[in-house]
Design a protein around this ligand. Structure first.
Ligand code: GDP
Length: 231
């Protein structure tokens, strides 16, 4: 793994790639993608901006009910793209009409279930509020993919607002609720967890490709012979 400075440098290359109001508008990509999800106000934009050391890369619309989109940011040195961050719209605005909420649940659910190049999901949670119903639904949606190897990380944001006891308690609860999944504390203000998260993002997007189907060691048996042509 490169030194932490180089990894932060890599994250700093993040630039806006595209925005997609619906899945069909999302380009198919073959580079690894990491999705950031979380209820609105969880600290998702601040986290992305802190990780990439950019002031306004991600800025959530604070207008309830406004059409939101999936925003993609490309990363990679010298004009190349070796990974993509996907900023999914924050959920949980009380004021959003039911129809719009349901539509977004569907779009997010579909994205998380079907996005081929998705390598990891980072879920941001404000530990003072804990997991909300929608967080739970999303956890259920991705569980089968996590079992198949999708990386998953819960970030407990704004950890500077917790004392040590509260922080440890929040971590244990998050680990329980996510079925023993990875959970870390994160504070944009105090830069807590920054290096660790940066390293995870780099690792997840630079894993060696999965091994090919194992090469057979035994000689083929008769059954493997191509069928004889009778005529
Ligand atoms: P988003 O809706 O999930 O994108 O949330 P934002 O990134 O806009 O953050 C919501 C609020 O939490 C804002 O007022 C931020 O200033 C605040 N916030 C975000 N991260 C931190 C943090 O690490 N520490 C503290 N104390 N406040 C934070």
């Amino acid at each position: 793994m490169p030194e932490i400075k180089a990894i932060h440098g890599w994250l700093h290359t993040a630039r806006f790639l595209t925005t997609a109001p619906q899945l069909i508008h999302l380009p198919e990509l073959d580079v690894p993608e990491i999705a950031f999800v979380g209820r609105s106000n969880a600290g998702k934009s601040t986290c992305i901006n802190t990780l990439t050391q950019q002031k306004r890369l991600a800025f959530a619309s604070k207008t309830p009910g406004r059409t939101q989109s999936i925003n993609l940011f490309a990363m990679g040195k010298q004009g190349t793209t070796d990974a993509v961050l996907a900023d999914l719209p924050g959920y949980g605005y009380a004021a959003v009409p039911r129809e719009a909420k349901l539509r977004w649940q569907r779009v997010m659910g579909n994205y998380l279930m079907t996005r081929k190049n998705l390598k990891a999901v980072v879920m941001l949670i404000d530990p003072r509020l804990g997991l909300t119903e929608l967080d739970d639904i999303l956890l259920e949606v991705i569980r089968p993919r996590v079992e198949e190897g999708l990386h998953f990380l819960v970030l407990l944001t704004k950890s500077d607002k917790l004392n040590r006891t509260e922080a440890n308690k929040a971590l244990s609860i998050a680990r329980l609720q996510t079925g023993g999944g990875e959970a870390r504390l994160f504070s944009a203000l105090k830069k807590q967890g920054l290096d660790e998260v940066a390293q995870l993002l780099w690792q997840w997007t630079h894993e060696p490709a999965k091994a090919q189907a194992p090469v057979r060691s035994e000689a083929p048996t008769l059954e493997d012979e191509p069928p004889a042509l009778d005529e």
